[in-house]
Ligand binder design. Structure first.
Ligand SMILES: Nc1ncnc2c1ncn2[C@@H]1O[C@H](COP(=O)(O)OP(=O)(O)O)[C@@H](O)[C@H]1O
Ligand SMILES: [Mg+2]
Length: 176
């Protein structure tokens, strides 16, 4: 049994997953698993897609790569998809949401080209990731949080810290 929870932080590119994950990792000691980085560095892909301007992820290889670490517990999984992670691995799913005009500016600043930018904006407006999370996990563990301002980040991270603490208290209660 895990003694530290696993948290998935997901949402459309640019919503603030990596910002939140980094802060939460440093305040809780949980481990930040940047799936972007793992895909790239450990070669969990079948090459680069020019059309999508991203790696074509080999999901089986990715899951094999992170399985031992995640099963051990205490991971913050940072990625713009969530339905591939087995339910048994995941204790909390945080879906970050951002106002579309704010997201537009962030993605523009990141250098996204018009088509990719529009695709991601549509995805945020249609709340694709929220639906994906709700379809893939029990509703009690899926939480939607705003990420428009830096105050939002602070508040969200504090809230997640408290959640981690109470999760651990509950687990230590079970274990006597
Ligand atoms: N809540 C927020 N308030 C202000 N700036 C934010 C917020 N969330 C993210 N940002 C900024 O937006 C950009 C993208 O954030 P990032 O954490 O890299 O998003 P993601 O990992 O979801 O793609 C960064 O420049 C970050 O500083
Ligand atoms: Mg990121």
């Amino acid at each position: 049994m895990r003694t530290n929870p696993n948290i998935v932080i997901t949402g459309t590119p640019g919503v603030g997953k990596t910002s939140h994950s980094t802060l939460l990792a440093s305040s809780t000691g949980l481990k930040h698993l940047s799936i972007n980085q793992i895909v790239k560095e450990r070669g969990c892909h079948e090459g680069w897609s020019d059309e999508y301007q991203s790696w074509i992820v080999d999901e089986d290889k990715l899951l094999d790569e992170i399985e031992d670490e995640v099963k051990h517990g205490g991971c913050i999984i940072d990625w713009h998809a969530c339905d591939l992670f087995p339910k048994s691995w995941v204790d909390l799913v945080v879906v970050l949401r951002t106002d579309s005009t704010i997201l537009y500016d962030r993605l523009l600043e990141r250098g996204y080209k018009e088509e990719k930018l529009q695709e991601n904006l549509d995805s945020e407006i249609m709340q694709v990731l929220l639906e994906e999370a709700r379809e893939s996990y029990d509703e009690e563990i899926v939480v939607e949080l705003r990420s428009d301002t830096t105050e939002d980040i602070e508040g969200n991270v504090e809230r997640m810290e408290r959640w981690v603490e109470s999760w651990k208290e509950e687990i230590s209660g079970y274990n006597g």
